[in-house]
Design a protein around this ligand. Sequence first.
Ligand code: NAP
Length: 305
Amino acid sequence: MISNVCVLGAGRMGSSIARAFLDRGYPTWVFNRTAAKCAPLAALGAKVATSVEDGIRAADVVIVNVLDYAASEDLLKQDGVASALAGKAVVQLTSGSPRLALEEARWVEAHGGGYLDGAIMATPDFIGKPETALLYSGSRDIYETHKLLLFALGGATSYVGEVPGQASALDTALLTQMWGGLFGALQGMAVAEAEGIGLETFRSHLSAFKPVVDAGLFDLVDRTKASRFAGDDATLAWLGAHYSAFQHLLEACEERGLNASMPEAMDTIFRQALSQGGPGSDFALLAPLFRNGGLPRTATEQANA
Ligand code: NAP
């Protein structure tokens, strides 16, 4: 079955989404607060809805992609719109928090619609490509029924779970890991340049180091999942070895007058872990500090509790 789709929002991302549907031959309606932005899509074959309600009534699947949830509410919480949602599949692709996703799921379902929340792990130019990842959570039924349509936006589409906010939460978790890497690159570039190493050289060595970094990353996740915080034969590098190498970053900051705010924060966390777990622990011992601000209790502490 070919679904009729309506895309609410024709900003950069919404337009790219609508183009991906048009490219694959889906009958596509578009609505945008500033109607002029729909013109390029109309030229590609999109039908321009004159109101949100008309767009929703014409479609089986309603994709929402606007700036934020406040903008989404401006579109959806208008007269006539709520009643038009009955029997429709609403796919919210606007970025938001898990709490907002849950609240909107309840609101849509209260009006007889189904709700799927999505997180787009890409910029607009990647929409429609085989490697592009989108995460979905909420109604499994909508995901399964409209899988083909959803895969039109990215070949690496996946379903995270039935709790509506889980796609958004996973999006934040993955972005956090990305920001860690980007902030690390900023600090690394400052260190390299301070010592007269060109950024081209820094760049050219990133690829060779990546397999080691990736191995450490996946090992950290696996160990944390298994609560294997003590050092053992499979430990890649002891906490003490990490901390010893980390001293060179602190020295570089001091000697070269570099911004040390991030290394200082890392130093505090390192010290906290070392004071409780010792240098022979695995690096994964730091994980509980991020979960709840505390380290796992020792067997003695547990016995005395
Ligand atoms: P954008 O180009 O700035 O487009 C914003 C859209 O929101 C426009 O359609 C705009 O309508 C609409 N809008 C804003 N306020 C509104 C309101 N009060 N009522 C109705 N419509 C309103 O932004 P974008 O890059 O397409 O991003 C859209 C969403 O995709 C965001 O949630 C963003 O986080 C998410 N996203 C974007 C990227 C990216 O790389 N761009 C990546 C992943 C996720 P007007 O044209 O009338 O202003």
